[in-house]
Ligand binder design. Structure first.
Ligand SMILES: Nc1ncnc2c1ncn2[C@@H]1O[C@H](COP(=O)(O)OP(=O)(O)O)[C@@H](O)[C@H]1O
Ligand SMILES: N[C@@H](CCC(=O)OP(=O)(O)O)C(=O)O
Length: 384
């Protein structure tokens, strides 16, 4: 058989873990579920380690997978085929209660269920709400148990995997570290389940295309995305200056090291600069709700002078978005539309259509009201 056992694999040596006060820990489905639904087999050790860290004054947010796998086991259902979204959503609804109840067993303080959708991270108002709620939960001493709101997220708007969700949560809450607990010791230079000669990578300075090429698909029937989504998530977090540790949640050695502020696994370094949280969020907001096309002069003003976008420079609007949504700002050239920036729209699409080419002073007369002279304020802009 081509699969290798974990005992024949090269092992990771223990290394330093960056200092942290606030961490987002993501736990994959395979660590939390078994044939009977949720399972304490691996979760027990992880839960105790996290409880110890919280008791010592650290702040821990948990991104927990396992709803679909637990629901499937409880209903003795087959895994729905790709595309069978309502069935997966139903399984998630059945399994999620057990996942949260499982976590409650490890903490003597309340846990809080937080289900987030793509929209909650894309829309600035909802993003700010999510941030305030998470902050309040930490201040109250509750342990946030976060998952994607699978029962209502539709395919094209799904974050899709909880590695990505963990990176977003870390950016939203300004965490110092992301920890991805999985069923393998860390990142290897090839998928060790397929290549017995794969070598451990202790440290990744930057997620380059060459590093991405090392990552293969999921290792279990319940996992989503494999190492590829973990590296994508780590790259996002790194962009915001947040390092990511990838380690084995089934291994006592790895979990015990983490509880002692050491790492047995892979560290993806954070980039040195830590751009403003708002710009980071904008750059990573999963999808834009629409597009505002601008003329070449406006594009230059945004890119070269860091100016706000005024109605004067707008030439076209597509999509149906409302005030507060993230929009793409593009400029039309020979090869089609080129993205220039992303920003939070101060006006909705139907309003901006009435303002195309207007001077800022005309906004009041064209609309009958005004939210200010800018279509997108410079503070709410991130260049592409
Ligand atoms: N280069 C690699 N190094 C380590 N693991 C890899 C690599 N490429 C693919 N994998 C696979 O990724 C799996 C972990 O991802 P996944 O199954 O999605 O887990 P989770 O449920 O924890 O998100 C491992 O079990 C492994 O088989
Ligand atoms: N939101 C889904 C998990 C999606 C996911 O990323 O799963 P995994 O790769 O096991 O972390 C669930 O709770 O079943």
């Amino acid at each position: 058989m081509s699969m290798t056992t974990s005992t024949s694999r090269a092992t990771f040596r223990e290394q330093r873990l960056p200092a942290w006060q606030r961490v987002v820990v993501k736990i994959g489905s395979s660590l939390l579920t078994g044939p009977g639904g949720v399972s304490t087999r691996h979760a027990l050790r992880i839960g105790h380690a996290l409880a110890g860290l919280i008791d010592s004054g650290r702040e821990v947010l948990i991104v927990s997978s396992g709803a679909v796998a637990a629901g499937r086991a409880l209903l003795q259902a087959r895994m729905p085929e790709a595309g069978a979204l309502p069935a997966r959503q139903a399984l998630a609804a059945v399994g999620q209660t057990g996942v949260v109840a499982l976590w409650q067993r490890f903490f003597d303080r309340p846990v809080a269920q937080v289900l987030l959708t793509h929209d909650d991270l894309r829309n600035r108002r909802r993003y700010l709400n999510a941030r305030s709620t998470l902050r309040a939960l930490l201040a109250l001493g509750a342990v946030p148990i976060i998952n994607e709101n699978d029962t209502v997220s539709v395919d094209e708007l799904k974050l899709g995997d909880n590695d990505t969700l963990a990176a977003h949560v870390a950016m939203v809450i300004g965490a110092d570290l992301v920890v991805l607990l999985t069923d393998i010791d860390g990142l290897y230079d090839a998928d060790p389940r397929r290549n017995p000669k794969a070598r451990p990578l202790h440290r990744v300075a930057r997620v380059t295309p060459a590093v991405r090429a090392m990552a293969g698909a999921a290792g279990s029937a319940v996992g989503t995305g494999g190492m590829a989504t973990k590296l994508d998530a780590a790259a996002r977090a790194a962009d915001a200056g947040i390092p990511t540790a990838i380690l084995n949640g089934t291994s006592a050695r790895s979990i015990d090291a983490f509880a002692r502020d050491r790492l047995v696994g892979t560290l993806v370094a954070g980039s040195r600069s830590r751009p403003g949280a708002r710009k980071t969020w904008l750059k990573n907001a999963p999808l834009a709700a629409g597009r505002v096309c601008v003329d070449a002069g406006a594009a230059r003003a945004l890119a070269e002078r860091g100016a706000s976008l005024l109605p004067r420079g707008v030439v076209d609007v597509s999509g149906e978005f409302v005030r507060g949504d993230v929009v793409e700002i593009g400029v039309t050239g020979r090869g089609g539309v080129r993205a220039v920036a992303r920003g939070v729209a101060q006006y909705g699409a139907s309003e901006i259509r009435k303002l195309i080419g207007a001077r800022s002073e005309e906004i009041g007369t064209r609309l009958g009201f005004t939210y200010g002279p800018e279509i997108v304020h410079r503070d709410d802009l991130a260049l592409a």
